[in-house]
Write a protein that binds this ligand. Structure first.
Ligand SMILES: [Zn+2]
Length: 242
C-alpha cells in the first residue's frame, strides 16, 4: 500500500489540475465576453486568472481574445516563469503579477482598451465625477495611473500603491485595467468603467453631475464592503451571445 504522503500528493496534483482547468475556462469566457463588446480591438489587451497562490493562467501574446481557445493560454508562476503553453505569455504580465501579489483575494485581472474609457486615458482626464450608486458600490473609485511603457516594470511599480485599494484603473495614454474576486466581477467592472466614461461625457454636455451629500455617499460606501462578493455566477462561454 502506498504511503499516506503519496496519496496526499496525488490529491494535491489533482486539485491543482482542476483549478488550472477552471482558470483556463474563466479566461476564455472573459476574453470572448469582452471581445464581443469591442474592448480588445486588433488583438490588444490581455486577461489572466489565478490558479493558486503561486500560479496563474494568462493569454498568450497576440491572441485573438474574442476567439480564445486552450491553445492561446499560458501557465506561469508568480515570478513570471512560463511553465506550460504553446505561445509566449502576454507582454503585460508584470502588471497582472503585481495585482495578484498585492491582492490575495483577486482571481482575475483584465487589461483592455474600451473606446470611451481609453479616450479619458488618452487625454489624462480622471473619471471621478459620477456618484451613481452602481458606480460607487460595484466599481469603486477609478485611479488614473501615470504613463509608463506598456509591459514595463515601471508601469507595474506605478500601480503598486493604488492597487491596494482600487479595483479599476485608467492607464494614462494607454487603456484600462480591472480586477475581480471572480471572472464576472472583473469583466463587469470593465463594462462599468466604460459606462462611467460614456455617461461622464454626456453629463459634460448636459451640466454639472449630481453630487451626493456626505451621508448619502457614506451609505453607498458601506454597501460596497458588504457586497464585496457580488458576481459569483460564471460567465457564459458562448461565442455569439450571452
Ligand atoms: Zn495595452
Amino acid at each position: 500500500m502506498a504511503p499516506r504522503e503519496y496519496h496526499g500528493l496525488v490529491k494535491l496534483k489533482a486539485e491543482l489540475a482542476a483549478a488550472c482547468e477552471a482558470a483556463k475556462s474563466e479566461v476564455i469566457a472573459a476574453g470572448r465576453y469582452l471581445g464581443r463588446r469591442q474592448y480588445h480591438v486588433a488583438l490588444a489587451g490581455n486577461v489572466s486568472a489565478r490558479v493558486s497562490e503561486d500560479l496563474l493562467v494568462c493569454t498568450r501574446h497576440g491572441a485573438d481574445k474574442e476567439r480564445l481557445v486552450q491553445h492561446d493560454l499560458v501557465l506561469c508562476d508568480m515570478s513570471g516563469r512560463k511553465l506550460d503553453g504553446a505561445g509566449e505569455a502576454t507582454s503585460e504580465l508584470n502588471m497582472h503579477r503585481e495585482a495578484y501579489r498585492l491582492r490575495p483575494e483577486v482571481r482575475m485581472v483584465i487589461h483592455a482598451h474600451p473606446p470611451a474609457a481609453t479616450a479619458f486615458a488618452a487625454t489624462s482626464t480622471p473619471l471621478d465625477q459620477l456618484q451613481l450608486p452602481e458606480m460607487i458600490v460595484l466599481l469603486g473609485p477609478v485611479c488614473l495611473v501615470p504613463y509608463a511603457t506598456p509591459g514595463s516594470e515601471e508601469l507595474a511599480r506605478n500601480l503598486s500603491i493604488p492597487l491596494r485599494d482600487h479595483d479599476a484603473f485608467l492607464l494614462e495614454n494607454h487603456g484600462a485595467l480591472t480586477l475581480g474576486r471572480t471572472a464576472r466581477q472583473a469583466a463587469l467592472r470593465m463594462d462599468l468603467l466604460e459606462q462611467n466614461a460614456r455617461v461622464t461625457l454626456m453629463t459634460k454636455q448636459l451640466g454639472r453631475p449630481f453630487a451626493l451629500d456626505p451621508a448619502g455617499l457614506d451609505t453607498l460606501l458601506s454597501f460596497r464592503s458588504l457586497m464585496a462578493n457580488w458576481g459569483s455566477e460564471p460567465l457564459s462561454t458562448k461565442q455569439t451571445s450571452e
